[in-house]
Ligand binder design. Sequence first.
Ligand code: TXA
Ligand code: MG
Length: 338
Amino acid sequence: MLETIIRRVDGNHPDNVVLSNAGVLIARGRLVAFPTETVYGIGANALDEAAVSALFTIKGRPADNPLILHLAAAEDVAKYVREVPALAVGLMKAFWPGPLTLVFRGAGRLPRVVTGGLETVAARVPAHPVALGIIRAAGVPVVAPSANISGRPSPTTAEHVMADMAGRIDLIVDGGPTFLGIESTVLDVAGDVPRILRPGAVSAVEIATVTGKAPEEEFRRKKHKLPFLSRTRLILVEGTPGSVTDEILRLRACFAAEGKVVAILTREERVGLYPGMVVACGSVTNNRSVAAGLYTAIRQLENVDVILFEGVSQEIGTAVQQRLREVAHQVVRAESGS
Ligand code: TXA
Ligand code: MG
């Protein structure tokens, strides 16, 4: 078992020596976790087959679930893809560095383990000084899956990473909590029409403002989908504030009658409306705060039987809503006026 070292840096003004050392470790085939603007990732040298294989092993990740190439500059993508379609050029200008992953036709220059045998390659340029500094220092393309054990929520703090990865990776660069809190949007630009393969921090509407047309959306494709939480049922309750509250109270009573341990996940302002175990995640007036607190809140509740998530659209924002619809075991629409 490895000893996992933690190096703390300022997320916005990181110490270059720490980033250089981290980059060198990755270039030499070691595994290093670092923050991106979305969630923490574990970086490995994309050209080093053994390092990438080790990454799949320590995450418990199915071999056919491909990795995202993380690059320091948009120009670098040309080395690994067969072509950069015109559509992608506009999206790269608008969103890179940032939380949009683009899926291209691959040039076949990466070890098969990276792409799980697919003909396509996913890439993004992260918008985080720590991630960018480490990738630059590595001097190689870096694959960086979220730094969780496969099937668990993505980590948004170094503590989350430590909980899953202690003894499995060499180094965690702790740059504080990530800025956004949910993963990048994965958009396929290899075909004729852009298609969202994973909803994330960039919404379909934002993509449409650049491409002029709403992308297709293909959630629930998810051949690789593992339960987001291994033993906890996550139920997203959507509707107006009043109807959602009524439905959550009703569901809570039903599950409690079955002897289930139930937790309610709501906004700060509404904690007082509910009895029992209630956790606040963000504020009704700030969508970003909901995204930022989402995975921390869910990790706190991993041992309950049921999580009832209060999902009023305007209050949680599109990014969180799409992501939750994808991972929830059930989505319930509360009837208004009940
Ligand atoms: O925000 C993020 O994207 C984070 C941070 C660390 O950058 N990374 C991340 O990586 O979420 P990971 O490995 O946990 O998720 C990558 C997603 C998976 O859903 C995978 O199936 C998809 O991207 N993906 C990767 N390559 C693909 C490809 N060639 N075609 C389709 N989907 C691909
Ligand atoms: Mg992941």
